[in-house]
Design a protein around this ligand. Structure first.
Ligand code: SAM
Length: 399
């Protein structure tokens, strides 16, 4: 296997690698459950096998080195440079405008490739070694249907500085993101439109793992209209509209985001634009929230309330309740629901919980925390629908 990887053989062509990843929502439920349990076991296995000192360094320093290297390669656009075939670090450095630094690039690629991201093509020749994309690095191409490039660019530029202030955030009432950037995240995106664009594209990264299963595990067919509150560039609503050919939709987000979404839809979802409208506003201002459409309306908030602490979340929910008043509309939250048994729950969920703490003073919530939050805002929780991803659908309506 090592020889095959070294020679880059056994890896499909770039064209095949560019196909959309298999849809995990097609897996049978037992396979999903076994996969999750197995994943947790594999995650803990090195703790039992390695001496604690070594394992602690693996978990902290080495993981950090690997993650930072892969984020840097994403930012440098290396996977895109390999679109037309294998190249040496020297060739890639020259094509990127830093011709003298191929040896540095080689060292990044060495760590990344030995971690399974990128492959060697042909013999090892130092910075003259030829590299190519593999099943992992292809996801760093900006034009791959399941690209994670923008998520990594967002984490590197907007996230890492905030995470560096985590301990200070715990000791004080200060928000790590604000300590790092001098302002809250949403103000930061308003003032830095190029960062907002990377962030909004990064949000679509959720789609590979979570969108199709969120559509399949809930009965959307009774709705005639869907209003996506804080929908970013609308990748969720576009997928929902493709699944339900008659549903109409409204994409609501901050004005500059809604404007960018409109431009993007004219290019990427042109065949859906006759069924969608775009609304800019502020979900703390009830006047700006779109009113229910024709037919039963689903208000959707995916990954919104986990950005906010309880008191802000209650304010958002109350503005929605005001807009929904007197209608049959329901609110469907697409969010993570933490297990009370945190030892067996997925650590990715606890990771997101801290990411929300660092970035926005937000949090992931358990079932009882969701019930309490919704209750305080005048909503009742009808039912939680688990999905095959890490999020669940929480169907709720004003009391
Ligand atoms: C974590 S993103 C989720 C995006 C999208 N729902 C998804 O799942 O891909 C949060 C979204 O909330 C939007 N947002 C933040 N503050 C807002 C406000 N006050 N009014 C409207 N939208 C807001 C952001 O612009 C961003 O698109």
């Amino acid at each position: 296997l090592a020889i095959a990887v070294k020679l880059g053989s056994g890896i499909p062509s770039e064209e095949v690698l560019m196909q959309p990843a298999p849809d995990p929502s097609n897996l049978p439920w037992p396979a999903v459950k076994i996969g999750m349990a197995l994943g947790r076991f594999v995650e803990l296995l090195p703790n039992w096998v390695n001496p604690p000192g070594i394992q602690m360094l693996q978990l902290t320093a080495v993981s950090h080195f690997k993650a930072t290297t892969i984020k840097a390669l994403a930012e440098l656009g290396i996977a895109d440079l390999l679109a037309n075939g294998p190249k040496t670090p020297q060739e890639m450095a020259a094509a990127s405008g830093f011709p003298g630094n191929g040896d540095k690039l080689y060292r990044l690629l060495r760590l990344s490739t030995s971690s399974g991201v990128f492959a060697i093509h042909g013999p090892l020749k130092g910075s003259e070694t030829r590299f190519r994309n593999n099943q992992m690095s292809i996801l760093l191409r900006s034009d791959h249907p399941n690209t994670i490039k923008y998520m990594l660019m967002h984490l590197a530029a907007d996230g890492d500085l905030a995470w560096a202030k985590l301990a200070e955030g715990v000791k004080t009432d200060k928000l790590p993101f604000e300590l790092a950037n001098g302002m809250g995240i949403w103000q930061y995106f308003k003032e830095n439109p190029e960062r907002e664009q990377v962030f909004s594209k990064a949000m679509a990264t959720q789609d590979q793992l979570m969108t199709s299963t969120s559509i399949k595990e809930y009965d959307w067919s009774s709705y005639g209209h869907a209003i996506d509150i804080g929908g970013a560039y609308g990748s969720f609503i576009a997928a929902l509209m493709r699944a339900l050919p008659d549903i109409k939709a409204t994409l609501f987000d901050m004005p500059q985001v809604a404007d960018n979404a409109k431009v993007l839809w004219a290019k990427d979802h042109a065949n859906l634009t006759d069924r969608v409208s775009f609304a800019g506003g502020d979900f703390f201002d009830a006047q700006t929230i779109p009113k229910p459409g024709q037919g039963k309306t689903a208000y959707i908030m995916r990954s919104i309330l986990h950005d906010w602490d309880d008191s802000s979340s209650i304010k958002i929910l109350k503005t929605l309740a005001a807009a929904m008043k007197g209608s049959q509309a329901k609110l469907v939250l697409i969010e993570q629901v933490l297990d009370d048994d945190f030892v067996s729950d997925l650590t990715v969920r606890h990771g997101f919980d801290l990411h929300m703490m660092a970035m926005a003073n937000g949090k992931e919530r358990t079932t009882s925390e969701w019930e309490a939050l919704l209750g305080q805002a005048g909503f009742k929780l009808n039912k939680i629908f688990p999905t095959k991803g890490i999020q669940s659908l929480i169907e709720t309506e004003p009391v």
